[in-house]
Ligand binder design. Sequence first.
Ligand code: ATP
Ligand code: MG
Length: 564
Amino acid sequence: MSDAETPTDDAPRDFIRDIVHADLEAGSVSGIVTRFPPEPNGYLHIGHAKSICLNFGLAHDFGGRCHLRFDDTNPLKEEMEYIDSIQEDVRWLGFDWGEHLFHTSDYFEQLYQWAEVLISDGKAYVDDLSADEIREYRGTLKEPGRSSPFRDRPAEENLDLFRKMRTGEFADGEKVLRARIDMASGNINMRDPVLYRILRGHHPRTGDQWCVYPTYDFAHGQSDAIESITHSVCTLEFEGHRPLYDWLIENLPVPTQPHQYEFARLELTHTVLSKRKLIHLVRDGHVAGWDDPRLPTLSGLRRRGVPAAAIRDFAARIGVSKSNSVHEIALLEHCVRENLNKAAERRMAVLDPLKVVIENYPDCETEILEAVNNPEDESAGTRNVPFSREIWIERSDFMEDPPKKFFRLGPGREVRLRWAYFITCTDVIKDPSGEIVELRCTYDPATKGGQAPDGRKVKGTIHWVSAPHALDAEVRLYDHLFARPDPGAEGDWLDDLAPHSLEIRHGCKLEPDLATFEPGRTLQFERQGYFVADPDSTVDTPVFNRTIGLRDSWAKIQKKAGGK
Ligand code: ATP
Ligand code: MG
């Protein structure tokens, strides 16, 4: 084995990597080639990310290559928009297929020719039964299927009919091509599966050139063989299709002999990962689009501020297994927090502002204070934060009649303003309805930077933003899209949509330098969570999305599981 094929010590191990390892060791393959084969009928989601990380990860770990192949065999459902978004998302996730971009539609002519080979060998036939009849004849798990009356058509007649299917002499659905395998097989997939159907739809790449299209079963393995794929990795629901995959490879003059392996698909709590359901949410307006930050789509997660590295980390942590299980969304969130805690710069932002006037601070004066950008990363440096007589603080950081354990601001109490001074509340101003509209405070000039020279302590530190300098922003607070961890487990899945998964706050007050902060880069609003600027931002009104709050529910779940 060459160095390139030797996995590094810190590379993950799982049953698929064990298989690859053994194949390389035994010399049954000389190098590895994998593929990620999305059907361009929707946007990629975090489940796809698991498959992308696995396929590209295998190629990387074993010094092979991974293809991006669009499995574009159904023109009725596929669109250019999806093809473009898929490429953008795979790249964003950090993977590169280089020059190995393929389309099943590139192989339509070859696949068609191979179908004729099967027909000539008496291993495929044209069937006139309708889709419903085919289903009915197929039998059940307990009962064998029945042969179609057209099963024994002579090869010549089949060939003639199949050619006429291609040239458009029949209507959609009028005939299909089926493999001739075994109507009594214990595996229903082997009961003469459909290989070609007639479909008239404009294909995003081949236009109206074809009106017969291969099924997934016929196209997939043969495309793998054309591309010299060694390990064709797919999800468990295709396990029962593997005998068919192998049968086609054995019965066709394909150039290479790929093998299919199955792993468990990702499922996550509080969300849905079925494309059908995601399309429904988008088309019916339950969310704002494919990149709505509440969706588990990669474009949604990106817009939410989730870094690609956190998704890769999540994929590595859940690993690859052969049994289906549902993962806690809290684990994904934990990975996001862990990544951002190290990487995100800190800023101060007041989401529910309450005005504070510091009465003994000179009017019209502005002072520039220094604040650390990221305590976890010294190289992130410091920034300047303006301070003045009027500031905003979080309404929830003040209580007129605070309980014992409340250490923030109250009448007569002293707290530290982050990076600034100690202040003491001297007065509470209310409007006629009794609502608090302003606090009056004094500051201690000797406490600049947050320490008192006489050593006196304060129990609370709160964040703030200078009022005349503040940037007014809209902030969007997201919660899980579904209230139930298992949407649809009882009743209609749409009934489980959380009623308040988006809360919009206007008039939030941010540190002024956020007006020019690098777009797309997630930051931490101190004491609040992680946030990222949204593309809806305008020069007048920046918009920020909350990626995730600070409190880690995963740690709690782990603690409970450990019985602590
Ligand atoms: P469809 O129902 O349209 O087939 P799909 O989710 O299987 O939806 P594909 O575009 O066929 O979509 O998926 C591309 C690849 O991603 C396939 O190899 C598939 O097995 C894998 N994949 C899809 N969903 C998941 C998931 N939840 N977890 C892991 N892999 C997945
Ligand atoms: Mg699929």
